[in-house]
Design a protein around this ligand. Structure first.
Ligand code: ADP
Ligand code: MG
Length: 231
């Protein structure tokens, strides 16, 4: 499904990704974890073709993606920082995405789920951080793609919205999607995900199941297991 081999990326002297290998062959929810600045967003952007690696290979369904574009229609993406024109209203941005991306529809259930109906005619610039994130989540899930990539979807969400996001992701997983997600909320990851890739100093420091990591570190929660790993 997704195969990354010996991926390297530097920004000037900063070697952000140093020989990353990732192989995802089944459906499910896969977490990319790591401290701030460990390269999670850079890695995700290489999968989307938004950052071009120095060398290495990325294949999706056995096709090399570098310098190709068509595969992107198979991916729904929530960027860590979405830079939509802030003078547009929520409904305007929804319509914009509907027009430029094929197979998207305005899903009323999704709007109800995240309770953004009241914000439809507000400009993005006037929304709170959490509401903006809910709008971004709705924009991401408007298209029904087999691969979903979410870069810190939990940022700014209130506890109720967090539960709704969790339920949504579990429902999408059950539909057979492949979901790649980053988050700093370890309890969230622990509830939705099975396999993790932990990035540190440009390399994959740990890859395995959350259960494996807990056994290996003799800890009872993912949060403590990660802290133990870093000791
Ligand atoms: P994370 O998402 O894990 O917090 P990032 O992938 O955003 O990490 O960043 C990894 C490192 O690469 C950071 O030190 C960041 O400053 C640097 N970086 C990311 N993008 C660029 C860029 N376009 N130019 C220069 N440095 C960058
Ligand atoms: Mg990031």
């Amino acid at each position: 499904m997704l195969s990354i081999t010996n991926l390297n990326k530097s920004f000037g002297k900063l070697e952000v990704l140093q020989g990353i290998n990732i192989n995802i062959v089944k459906q499910g929810i896969f977490a990319i974890l790591g401290p701030n600045g460990s390269g999670k967003t850079t890695l995700i952007k290489t999968i989307l073709g938004l950052v071009i690696p120095d060398f290495g290979s990325i294949t999706i369904n056995d096709k090399e993606i570098i310098n190709r574009w068509a595969y992107r229609s198979e991916i729904s993406y929530l960027p860590q920082i979405a830079n939509f024109p802030s003078n547009l209203t929520v409904i305007e941005i929804i319509n914009l995405i509907k027009n430029i991306r094929p197979n998207t529809k305005l899903d009323k259930d999704l709007i109800d789920l995240f309770n953004i109906k009241e914000s439809m005619n507000k400009k993005l610039v006037d929304l709170s951080g959490g509401t903006k994130q809910k709008v971004n989540i709705v924009l991401t899930f408007m298209s029904d793609s087999p691969i979903i990539i979410l870069d810190e979807p939990t940022a700014g969400l209130d506890p109720i919205s967090l539960i709704k996001l969790k339920d949504l992701l579990i429902r999408e997983k059950e539909k057979g999607k492949t979901i790649i997600v980053t988050s700093h909320i370890m309890s969230f990851i622990e509830e939705i995900s099975h396999d993790i890739f932990f990035l540190l100093d440009g390399k994959i420091f740990f890859n395995g199941t959350i259960e494996d990591l807990k056994v290996r570190t003799n800890e009872s929660t993912l949060e403590r297991a990660i802290a133990n790993l870093l000791k």
